[in-house]
Design a protein around this ligand. Structure first.
Ligand code: SF4
Length: 237
């Protein structure tokens, strides 16, 4: 399956971010993200929701790129920063801090002075989908944004949070001519696959479905991110 063409090629991350936040290619997701932003959750009634696509966040030349599924309706779709404003993000950024990628353990808003060094966080799909389930067409329509982000940041190590991100990354790498193994490796927590200059690591998504049930624990998440850090040869901040 090939990623669908979404937009002209961007020559730097600032141009890419600007193009992403203006994207309206998926009618269903545009309608959903904007209706959630207009309706709001009662507890956030006083806040102005972002209600747009969410670009990546972190180091512009990271050794490690962490790829999630898509923004949460009342998380990144509210705050405008990936993985920010929901429990999944609380888990992820706390772990990034413990492992040495982040200067603080929390990501609260776009103005909270959080910095990542050696790592960047992004998502396979940039608009919040209903039920956290993008369609395959939406996934493929959005794939060129991640493809461009990967090309501009060129991370040696990619951590895929969940099977959706895993498949998206492998699809993009294959479409870009990278020597992805055949058959394509299956996702699993802690699975590590090297091809070309790239190393792909699998990690359970820090969704409440996984963290509440104990399927993913803090030590499990820390171990994968520390392994990614060591593989990329990044120094802690
Ligand atoms: Fe554009 Fe991606 Fe959002 Fe679709 S999901 S509208 S391609 S940013």
């Amino acid at each position: 399956m090939t990623p669908r063409r979404t937009a002209a090629r961007c020559h730097d991350l600032a141009a890419l971010d600007a193009a992403i936040v203006d994207c309206r290619s998926c009618r269903r997701l545009v309608d959903w993200r904007e209706s959630v932003a207009a309706t709001k959750r009662a507890s956030y009634a006083d806040e102005e929701y972002w209600g747009r696509p969410v670009p990546g966040f972190g180091d512009s030349h990271p050794g490690v790129l962490i790829v999630g599924l898509a923004p949460a309706a009342h998380g990144a779709n509210r705050t405008g920063r990936v993985f920010t404003g929901d429990r999944s993000g609380d888990w992820l950024f706390a772990s990034l801090h413990r492992v040495g990628f982040a200067n603080q353990p929390e990501s609260v808003s776009m103005t909270d002075r959080l910095r990542l060094s050696g790592a960047r966080v992004t998502a396979a799909v940039r608009c919040a989908p209903p039920d956290n389930k993008p369609t395959t067409r939406e996934r493929d329509t959005c794939a060129p944004w991640l493809m461009q982000e990967m090309a501009l940041t060129d991370p040696r190590v990619i951590v895929a949070l969940g099977g959706f991100a895993w498949q998206s990354v492998l699809r993009i790498c294959a479409a870009g001519g990278e020597p992805v193994p055949r058959p394509r490796p299956r996702f699993g927590h802690g699975v590590e696959v090297a091809f070309g200059e790239r190393i792909l690591l699998g990690c359970f998504h820090p969704s409440q479905q996984n963290t509440f049930t104990g399927r993913l624990t803090e030590p499990m998440l820390d171990k994968v991110l520390a392994r990614a850090r060591d593989l990329a040869g990044e120094a802690a901040v």
